[in-house]
Design a protein around this ligand. Sequence first.
Ligand code: GLA
Length: 370
Amino acid sequence: MKLQILFLMMIFLGVPQMSSAAIKTEDFDSIKLYTLKNNSGMTVKITNYGAIITSIIVPDKNGKAGDIALGYNRVEDYINAVDKPYFGAIVGRYGNRIAKGQFEIDGETYSLAVNNGENHLHGGTIGFDKVVWNAEPMEGNGWQALKLTYLAKDMEEGYPGNLEVSVTYTLNNKNELKVDYLATTDKATHINLTQHTYFNLKGEGEGTILDHELMLNASKYTPTDSGAIPTGELAEVKETPFDFTKAKTIGKEIDEDHQQLIYGLGYDHNWVIDREDEEGLTLAARVHEPTTGRVMEIETTEPGIQFYCGNFLDGRLKGKSGKPYVKRGGFCLETQHYPDSPNQPNFPSTLLKPGEEYETTTVFRFSTKK
Ligand code: GLA
């Protein structure tokens, strides 16, 4: 099985008008699209711009292939995206929010971009989703992988420390897509990397995800203030719309009169994964879409998972097949440390010191159920 590197999928006629992402011409020229394929019907496409997963093709219960990841056909559309949905990207240096764009390490205050109300979101103006990564395809017996590396310089986006990051996507014949994250730093810094694919198990552009059945292995979540910053409380989900411990449809209680649903415009919160140990891979979520029979399970070493159900999509963006991405037309399940951890001493720490290794793994497993 040969790894297909599709150099020509993205053809650029000069450097297009770019918004925030100031990509140099030589970097732009090195943007490519890579394909991982297995012998069980799965194909995953990844670009080294933002380490973005541009498509995930999986069979349904009748063996019919479909693309279940929201995204665009052209890299320009990722670069120029007006309302920045972070389709498919690796988000960092700190995925999710940091209150007021500030944190302190050893008495020193660091200031980051304030790009989400009065808070910092997803690594700043040019986060890891908007840079060009180095890419190295790899393969072995029964798997294909793409290793992406990036050096985030000391004080890039306001964060201290030269941070060497690698993200490896591995697809095997069991329809598992594994994401391994590694990083080291030369100064103490905060790091929280995640994967921001929007899924619609019916197929991208096929309406809303409200009928998908979701199970979250979490008996607590982190309620927030109106700006989506955790209050610090780990609240029980029991008897609230946030209880997904038994599978229910995403839409079932989404419109209930609950303060947290009002703040989030629906679900856009961090759940605290119920774990038996602190470190191992643990089941975090299972999603089933009844009409296609597609099932996705997520296992992670992370303590939390952000479930965001596409509340900000509004039908203006059109995806790969030209169909509009309607409100709640995709959901993200972002494995992570809790939002605002740098300012919340009671949350698991996101501090990475020189000499330490940041290492996390998340597995997306696909199957079907008749
Ligand atoms: C995350 C956030 C959401 C939103 C999306 C991107 O999931 O929690 O509030 O910002 O990213 O639109």
